[in-house]
Ligand binder design. Sequence first.
Ligand code: AHR
Length: 518
Amino acid sequence: MKNSNLSRRTFSKTLLAGAPLLAQAQQGSKPARIKIDTERVVGDIDPKLYGNFVEHLGRCVEGGIFEEGSKLSDAEGYRKDVLKASKDLNIGLLRWPGGNFSSNYHWKDGIGPRDQRPPRLEMAWGTVESNRFGTHEFLKYTEMLGTEPYFCTNLGTGTWEAAQQWVEYCNSSEDTAMTRLRKQNGRQQPWKVNYWGLGNEMDGPWQMGHRSAEDYGKFALEAAKLMKWTDPNIKLIVAGSSNYGPGIDWIGWNKTVLEYLKHHGDYLALHMYVGNRENNYLEFLASSRDMDEKTKTAEGVIRGAMSTEPGRKMYIAWDEWNVWYRARGDKERGRKILEERYNLEDALVVATFLNSFINNAHIVKIANMAQLVNVIAPMFTSPEGMFLQTIYYPLMMFAQNSKGKSLELFVDSPKYTSKRFGDVNYIDTSAAYDNGNLVLNVVNRHETQAITVEIEAQDKQFSGPVSISEVNGPDIKAENDFGVTKVKATPRTATAQGHKLTMQFAPHSYTMLKVKLV
Ligand code: AHR
C-alpha cells in the first residue's frame, strides 16, 4: 500500500484541525481556480445517466435482488434491504437480463408458472439458470423501484422473431397470441418497455453468437425493423464497442454498425471497465480521461453517420461501466463470481466517471453502472444482511443531486503527468444547475495534499448555506465490509456570499457542494 501512513496522517489532520492545517499542504502555491457561468450550458442532464444493470450472473439476481425463502425477502422473493438501498440510488434506467447472459437467453423460458419453467445450462458464466426470475418478475421490480426498464435482446443465439415477439408481449394492446399469453400469465395491460438493446458486446469473441461488424449490422437491422414496426415508440440501443485491446479497430466497428443502423438506432452502446493492475494510484485515477476521449471519438463517429439523416438524433449509452479487475478471468465461473470488493480509490474513479458523463451531457444520455448488487456492484449481500461498498456513495450523491443543466467550467488546477494521458488535473470537476441551485462535484486526485480552490460565480452570486458532503476514508485502499464503514459521505456546512467562495479539498476525496446562486 503506497504512502498509506502519510495519507492516513493527512486525513486525520483534516478531521481534527480543519482548514488552517490543510492550507499548509499547499504553502507557496497559488490556489486552483474554478469559474462558473450559468449561461455556459453543455446540455440537459438525463436522469438515465444514473442507470444501473442487473444480469443473471453470480449473485446479482439470485441472492442479490431476489432470494426466495429468505427472512430478508418479501413473500414474492424480493430482498427488501436491497430494494431499499437501491431506491436511494435514484436509478433512472435498469438494464436486464445481461450482459453476456442475454446472448443465449430465450425469454419465453422465463414466463408462466414459476415451478414449470425450464432450467437451462448457462454458458456465459457456467451455471444453471432456473428461470424463476423472468420478464414479469423484473418488470415488477422496476415498478417497485420507480425506474424505467431496459431490455437487452438476444442477438447472439436468438432470432429476429423472438426479439419482435418480446416487444409485442410487453407493449402491444392488440389481441394477438402474444398478448393473450401475457394476459394468461397475469398481466392485462401492456407495460410499455421503451428501451431495447440490439444485443450485447457483439464485437467480443467471448460473446455467444459474436459476429463481424458487417454481419452484426445486417442481422441487427432486420431485428430493429421488426421491433420498431411492432412499437414505433421504442428506443433502440445499438451494440457499439466494448473491445479495445491492442490492434482492435473499435472505431471501425462503430462506423460500420452505424451505417446499417443509423435509420433505426437511437443510442450507440459503449462499455468500459478500468482497473489498477499496476497498483499505480495516480495512473488509475486518470482513467476517466480514457472515457472522455472515447466519448468524443464516438461522438465524431455518430456525427459522421448521422450527417445523412436530417432530423434523426443518436446519443451515447455507456450502458456498462465500472472498476473491474480483481475478480475476473477464466477462474470466474459459477455462482460466487465477480464479487469485487471496492476501496476508496475505486470510489474516486467512479466519481470522475460520473463527472465525465455530466461534462458530456449533450451526447451521453444513458449510463448504466455494472452491476447493482454483489457482481462488481455498489451493494454486497449475505444471507444475513448487506453493506454499502465505497462506490455506492458517489453514485448515490450524483444521482440524488446532479440534475438540470450541465455547465461548462473553467478549471485551473495543479497537474501531474500520467504515462497514458500526459498532463492531468489534480482537481476534476462537473457542475449541475437547476432552478437557481448549483451542485459542484470536485474530486481531489492528490494522494497526500489538500488543494485550495477559489470558486468564482461569474454571472451570479453565491447566497446562503453551502451544504457539503465529502466521500473520504483513512487511506486510498480503505474498504467497507459487513458492519465496517471506513469510507462514507460525511456532511458539513459553510456559508457563502458574493462572487467568490474559497474551499479546501482534502487529499483523495470526492466532495459535493450545493449552494444557491442569485
Ligand atoms: O458486467 C459483466 C460482463 O461484462 C457483462 O456480462 C458483459 O457484457 C461484459 O463483458
